[in-house]
Design a protein around this ligand. Structure first.
Ligand code: SF4
Length: 437
């Protein structure tokens, strides 16, 4: 039997879908497919962090109405943070009565018994838990991104940034035990994975609940001591918790990539305070200075939001000037979108859509200009790329440098999973094109 998992949102969700795939395989759905028509079960792993992702999911679920009527026995399940959001399960049931199973972020592991219950009782199943304390669900994910593998180190978040729904739908921060994480990383290296990313909403506060057994810098240090040729990455770091100790661990090990994803969100102290980010522009820039003194050439990427309630033109320009000052290698840029239940959604001073649109365009241009300039510096130099995939359209292999630049090249041999040295011939935006040397 076939399964189709539709994933929205961040890397966390992509990894969560790998766990959902494991559950489906254990239930007899052995073959992943890319289209709804070919599937015997369709699982939507939703995201509610941004309005766009939510609207997209609603649209896609709605599109299944006819197929569901036509294809007897097709199971439709909806999980993830949208299903977890207050009142959303009820709304989903009313809007799409054909959904068979609804489950939340705290009970992914329960999907197996929900499928059994549906099969046995032929009754729709809804199960949303309010919170979850345990961090281990006993599921071994079906990894789909060789040579890359993701490892959760924490779940949930305690930070309550005023625009963000994550603490409400993912719960308070819980750390997995360091021993379990180290064992998982070791196992992945033995299996041949070449790039391992430690995942958490705020990796720097790992062990804040005392359940990890060591701090994040210690954990990273221990991971980097595991034998074998592989790369280590981690995300996401919160600037309020980023420390010199962590930067020193990054410098100590070649295996840890010279790339830090450090979301700043805005360049104005007033907006940062309204966002409850708990750092200032000066503190943020000070951290980058410290990092670059310790690790010259370390790339920094970020997340930026424009159009936060009451943001003035001058404050937006502070974000623009920060982009220049911080010299970001790249950035994810977003227009603020209110999420029901968050503090910011209650704030007055919404920014008109046309103003936000104008700001995002100017911001994207500033980020791209920086990225283009930085890409030029690679031309003529040799950089190590981990080959990750083959681009059918371009007829080229591709992979990333440790700073996260995408490198494209030709090869007669399949090199996926291998490290190659690429002499960069030309750069186009964030992409590099080169020849193996
Ligand atoms: S740190 Fe802030 S933005 Fe990130 S998940 Fe937690 S609340 Fe959301």
């Amino acid at each position: 039997m076939n399964y189709h998992i539709v994933t929205y949102g961040c890397q966390m969700n992509v990894h969560e879908s790998e766990k959902i795939a494991a559950i489906l395989q254990e239930k007899g759905y052995t073959t992943p497919v890319d289209t709804d028509e070919d599937a015997d079960i369709i699982v939507f792993n939703t995201c509610c962090i941004r309005e766009n992702a939510e609207n997209h999911a609603f649209g896609n679920i709605g599109n299944l109405k006819k197929l569901k009527r036509r294809k007897k026995g097709l199971i439709v399940a909806v999980g993830g943070c949208m299903a977890q959001e207050a009142g959303k399960a009820q709304l989903l049931r009313e809007k799409f009565p054909f959904i068979d199973i609804i489950f939340g972020t705290h009970n992914v592991g329960e999907l197996s018994s929900l499928i059994d219950a549906l099969r046995e009782r032929r009754k729709k199943q809804v199960s949303i838990l309010d919170a979850r304390k345990e961090t281990e669900d006993g599921i071994t994910p079906v990894r789909t991104s060789y040579p890359n593998a993701w490892v959760n180190i924490t779940y949930g978040c305690n930070n309550f940034c005023t625009y963000c729904i994550v603490p409400y739908v993912r719960g308070r921060e819980r750390s997995r035990s360091a021993e379990v994480i180290l064992k998982e990383v070791e196992g992945l290296v033995k299996e041949g994975y070449k790039e391992i990313t430690l995942l958490g909403q705020n990796v720097n506060s790992y062990n804040s609940d005392g359940q990890g057994g060591m701090s994040f810098p210690e954990l990273l240090d221990r991971c980097a001591q595991i034998e074998g040729k592989f790369r280590l990455r981690f995300m996401t770091s919160h600037p309020k918790d980023f420390t010199r100790e962590l930067a020193l661990v990054m410098r100590k090990h070649e295996k840890i990539c010279n790339l830090l994803h450090l979301p700043v969100q805005a360049g104005s102290d007033r907006i940062l305070s309204l966002m409850n980010r708990r750092y200032t522009r000066e503190k943020y820039l000070g951290e980058l200075k410290m990092l670059r003194e310790l690790i010259p050439g370390c790339a920094v990427t970020t997340d930026l939001i424009v159009g936060f309630p009451t943001e003035t033109e001058e404050e937006f320009e502070e974000t623009l000037s920060l982009v220049k000052e911080a010299n970001f290698a790249s950035a994810f840029t977003f227009v603020y979108s209110p999420r029901t239940g968050t503090k910011a959604a209650e704030m007055e001073g919404r920014i008109p859509e046309d103003v936000s649109k104008d700001r995002i365009m100017r911001l994207v241009e500033a980020v791209n200009e920086n990225t283009r300039e930085m890409s030029k510096e690679y031309v003529g130099k040799v950089t190590e790329i981990l080959c990750e995939d083959y681009d059918e359209k371009k007829g080229l292999y591709l992979g990333r440098s440790e700073e996260g630049r995408m490198g494209y090249f030709t090869s007669e041999k399949n090199l996926i999973g291998e490290f190659v040295n690429l002499k960069i011939d030309r750069a186009n935006g964030i992409s590099l094109y080169g020849t193996i040397v």
